[in-house]
Design a protein around this ligand. Structure first.
Ligand SMILES: C[S@@+](CC[C@H](N)C(=O)[O-])C[C@H]1O[C@@H](n2cnc3c(N)ncnc32)[C@H](O)[C@@H]1O
Length: 319
């Protein structure tokens, strides 16, 4: 397909998509195929709830048509109306030209099967901690739980909560838990409040605005979960446009990426109950963290799509 290129104000080349003729695309699968072709052609990045162009296209088409992602299999061969087709083409066009993740364009993302509202005030949820709560904390896919009894977990802290996704997943996973969730960003907390309300968890999740542990006084927790900013300066300079649409504050971990992680490790012992523990995501910085904290017996955990990007440490081992 012929493709013109124009420049944005930032100087980035943006493909100008050729017009699609009436009746050229009929079914949901036609639109998914078209989207995948345009996404690949434009060399988009996929890391925002989907990890490849097909999954992103299916997500875009289903959301725009108010279908659940797993309903694509049922309706893939169904025709779309002219109005729906226009909506889909507009969205595909926006995804390619703005480079914003689809989640921002449709204000929605699913994590562990639950829907979350998202917009540019928060990073698009994709933390590995959601999966680890299920696999390592007494869930169905248990592989040796890191805590004795999930029903005995009474207080959880989600530091750097963003959209509130991990606080909400924790509240679902630990049925008898009250959750505190902290973020420094006013905008992020507005999004988190919306999600907490939509999940009807206002009674169990309290949102706090502030710098890490600062708004929590002397509170102690059975479990602290955190997906803090951990991208180093080199990584910040190389972020793809999709990530540059997200809040910088959500990524920037200082020169070596560990500015916030160091503070969390330093302060967490004051906020853990004796049998508690800290679950912290740090991305690809495992070697650096091991070097910086050789005295700590960090347990590095794997998920389906990651190796050693999250560590667990029991309160007793944090000193
Ligand atoms: C990587 S995002 C994680 C968001 C969410 N927990 C998730 O997994 O999708 C990091 C969050 O930390 C917040 N943040 C950055 N520095 C902070 C600080 N010093 N204290 C509290 N929150 C902070 C940012 O505003 C951002 O929402």
């Amino acid at each position: 397909m012929a493709r013109a290129v124009r420049k944005t104000t930032r100087g980035r080349a943006v493909p100008k998509l050729a017009k699609v003729g009436r009746g050229e695309l009929l079914t949901l699968i036609d639109f998914v195929r078209y989207a995948v072709s345009r996404f690949v052609e434009a060399k988009l990045a996929f890391a925002h709830g989907t990890t490849d162009p097909v999954a992103e296209a299916v997500f875009l088409v289903c959301e725009a048509l108010h279908l659940l992602p797993d309903q694509f299999e049922i309706f893939g061969h169904a025709c779309v109306t002219a109005a729906e087709g226009k909506t889909l083409l507009d969205l595909i066009h926006k995804r390619v030209t703005t480079r914003k993740p689809t989640a921002y364009l449709v204000n929605k993302i699913y994590m562990r099967g639950l829907p979350f509202y998202v917009d540019e005030r928060v990073i698009v949820p994709r933390s590995f901690i959601g999966e680890l709560l299920e696999s390592h904390f007494g869930g169905d896919g248990e592989v040796g739980s890191l805590i004795d009894d999930p029903t005995a977990v009474e207080r959880v802290l989600d530091l750097c909560t963003g959209s509130g996704c991990l606080a909400i997943l924790a509240a679902h996973h630990f049925p008898n838990t009250m959750v505190d969730a902290v973020d420094i960003s006013k905008g992020a907390l507005e999004v988190a409040a919306r999600n907490v309300g939509e999940h009807e968890l206002d009674e169990r999740i309290t949102l706090h605005r502030g710098d890490l542990f600062a708004p929590l006084g002397a509170n102690k927790y059975d479990l602290i979960i955190t997906n803090p900013p951990y991208v180093d300066a080199e990584g910040m300079a190389a972020l793809p446009p999709e990530c540059r649409a997200e809040p910088r504050l959500a990524f920037d971990g200082g020169l070596d990426g560990l500015d916030v992680v160091r503070r969390i490790l330093h302060e967490a012992p004051n906020h853990l109950t004796p049998d508690g523990g800290l679950l912290c995501e740090i991305g690809r910085g495992r070697e650096l963290v091991d070097e910086a904290f050789p005295e700590l017996p960090l347990l590095w955990l794997d998920t389906e799509e990651s190796e050693g990007e999250v560590f667990w440490i029991a309160a007793a081992d944090l000193g």
